[in-house]
Design a protein around this ligand. Structure first.
Ligand code: N2P
Length: 350
């Protein structure tokens, strides 16, 4: 699949979120240390060591499990973080709420290394706030030893065969779960039609007895131990799970899957904007981008990085969606859809 084909599926979201009051800038006690806040299990340790070696800048890393968690943290005020990673569909929410610092990425020396189709992304057309981190798809994995299949539909995840009772893992964020359920039911992400959302809630409530846990962290371990035998999953983590346990299979469902790109950004109030910019520029180097892809198993947006990929990753099915696979990027939900999703999520989780 070429990224240009992917771009066909992209759309612009309506920015309708309410502006939050600005937090006082953080004053980190350890000035000069770069504080990164990224998704769990998503930052190559070698990359941080290399960055420190090349620049002398020390790095700390904290993690979160969803865009919703990151948003809540930044909205709550001073965090002391210099660099965060936001998914495409949430960028407009962070920008509208004045949570991101303009960084003018196109003026950075390595910006030219980005593949042209990722230099102008619909969620940040002039690279005013963000630079691509990695991209992938969201679908699910299952253990072929527990259920031989064949499996070609999201129905296996949402209306599971009896053998999966109490053994399904789902991601822990409304945007992740509801958008995939909407896609399964033939709708687009961020759908606000009351009847469609009612049907999604009914689907998720019926699925609930099959669900062991809603948890976006620790999926690989739970699938490896057999605590869960089927799980909603992101493509790269699915590749890593299968490498640990070869009976696992990532499903390219006939209904399609959700596509996403995560993006580096600098939060307003970051104590070390200049060091964060150095790190962003560092990540647009082909070799560095490949170190990250080789660790997390997702595609990056840097031209020339492919030659540094490990063959096991470059040839992995999770890394290479079939040419006819329907990948749907979420346009980014507006305030109304976000509220609807939160209501469904509360009803599901109570
Ligand atoms: C975490 C991967 C998160 C990617 N391991 C979700 N966009």
């Amino acid at each position: 699949m070429t990224p240009s084909r992917l771009l066909l599926a992209l759309g612009l979201g309506a920015a309708a979120a309410v502006a939050a009051p600005l937090a006082e800038p953080a004053r980190a006690a350890d000035a000069g240390v770069l504080h990164i806040f990224n998704w769990t299990d998503y930052t190559a340790p070698d990359l941080l060591t290399k960055f420190t070696k090349e620049t002398g800048i020390k790095v700390t890393l904290d993690t979160y499990d969803s865009n919703e968690t990151l948003l809540a943290k930044l909205k709550a005020g001073t965090t002391g973080y210099d660099l965060v990673v936001v998914s495409d569909d949430f960028v407009h929410i962070f920008v509208t709420q004045n949570l991101l610092e303009p960084i003018d990425a196109s003026a950075m020396p390595n910006f030219k290394n980005l593949e042209p189709q990722w230099q102008k992304r619909p969620w940040d057309p002039t690279a005013e706030y963000t630079v691509p981190w990695q991209w992938g798809t969201t679908s699910f994995i299952y253990d072929t030893k527990v259920y031989p299949g064949p499996v070609d539909s999201l129905s296996t995840l949402f209306s599971p065969p009896a053998v999966f009772k109490g053994q399904v893992g789902m991601l822990a964020a409304p945007s992740e779960v509801i958008n995939l359920a909407l896609l399964y039911q033939g709708h687009l992400p961020c759908d606000e039609t009351p009847a469609d959302l009612k049907a999604v809630l009914a689907l998720l409530l019926a699925q609930k007895p099959f669900v062991k846990t809603y948890d976006s962290d620790g999926i690989i371990d739970r699938m490896d131990s057999g605590e869960t035998t089927m799980s909603q999953e992101w493509s790269g983590d699915a590749q890593r799970a299968r490498t640990a346990k070869p009976t696992l299979k990532y499903v390219y469902a006939k209904e399609g899957g959700i596509g996403w790109m995560d993006n580096m950004a600098i939060p307003v109030g970051a104590p070390d904007v200049e060091n964060a910019k150095k790190f962003i520029n560092f990540m647009m180097d082909p070799e560095n981008a490949a170190i990250e892809s080789n660790f997390a198993s997702y595609q990056n947006a840097v031209a020339g990085s492919n030659k540094y990929l490990q063959p096991a990753l470059a040839n992995a099915p999770e890394f290479n969606p079939p040419a006819d696979y329907k990948i749907v990027f979420s346009p980014g939900c507006d305030a109304k859809a976000t509220k609807d999703f939160d209501r469904i999520w509360t009803l599901l989780r109570k």
